[in-house]
Write a protein that binds this ligand. Structure first.
Ligand code: KIV
Length: 272
């Protein structure tokens, strides 16, 4: 179903707040390289997230913890070179902002200067408040990330739904209100009950982008490789697959191998 929407020549942090105000849902997907970012940008996605999920998807790590600031800058600059329209948000990786606000600001400045990204995202609420304020004071737009925060996987031990209990849900609401108050332009809510996510989206004026957070929020984000079906071992309930690229690509690779082995490729027309 196609939805009437305002045309944004260039999506900015302000456009996202306008979209929320106008009731237009925000589309966000991850990108880590030039070619994919070019397709995503020309398809009209509003926001590209250079997520630290690159650690899993691109590098094959089990968690998001190993990816470095230099590696995030490499991915982000490849994405930025491809885009003409969408807003690029870059994750601050684990270890680049947790120790103190000065380090957080230094890391955010490196991302903005060296990759050309338009904003940063970092995980956490009250525990990173001072770091977020410092980054915002330098004029760098910040997207928050609450609920399931994969950089804290070893603290929680599982990737299950967060904030199911009242105490954690109340804390999450307080953190979301705090992120809005100090000046974040949006918040990602990952894997929390849909009812709570809707309540948060109604309580704050900045956009709430959900992943596994139901339909009552202001936008959705998925990992592109998951929604394309390039990954096939990861099957959470919230994931909708739009293609089965794992099988499609395997079929193409098998045909190529067969053609090479049989001598069918290259043909007379495919040589000089
Ligand atoms: O790194 C990432 O891809 C993310 C999304 C899952 C929101 O943070």
């Amino acid at each position: 179903m196609s939805v009437a929407k305002k045309e944004y020549k260039r999506v900015t942090v302000k456009s996202l707040v306008d979209m929320k105000r106008n009731g237009e849902k925000i589309s966000m997907l991850t990108a880590y390289d030039y070619t994919m970012a070019k397709i995503l940008d020309s398809s009209g996605v509003d926001v590209l997230l250079v997520g630290d999920s690159a650690s899993n998807v691109m590098a094959g790590h089990e968690t998001t913890l190993p990816i470095t600031l230099d590696q995030m800058i490499y991915h982000a600059s490849s994405v930025v070179r491809a885009i003409e329209r969408c807003l690029v948000v870059v994750d601050l990786p684990f270890g680049s902002y947790q120790s103190d606000p000065k380090e957080a600001l230094r890391s955010a400045i490196r991302i903005m200067k060296e990759s050309g990204g338009h904003s940063i995202k970092l995980e956490g609420g009250r525990e990173v408040k001072e770091s977020i304020k410092r980054i915002l004071n330098a004029g760098i737009p910040v997207m928050g990330h609450l609920g399931l925060t994969p950089q804290s996987i070893y603290k929680f031990g599982t990737y299950t739904v967060r904030a199911k209990e009242e105490e954690e849900a109340d804390q999450l609401m307080e953190d979301a209100l705090m992120l809005e108050k100090i000046g974040c332009f949006a918040v990602v809510l990952e894997k929390v009950p849909a009812k709570l996510a809707k309540k948060v989206a109604e309580a704050i004026s900045i956009p709430v982008i959900g992943i596994g957070a139901g339909n009552g929020v202001d936008g959705q984000v998925l990992v592109t490789h998951d929604m394309l079906g390039m990954t096939h071992e990861f099957n959470p309930r919230f994931l909708r697959r739009y293609l089965n690229m794992y099988d499609e690509m395997s079929t193409a690779f098998e045909s190529y191998i067969d053609d090479v082995k049989s001598g069918d490729f290259p043909s007379d027309k495919e040589q000089y």
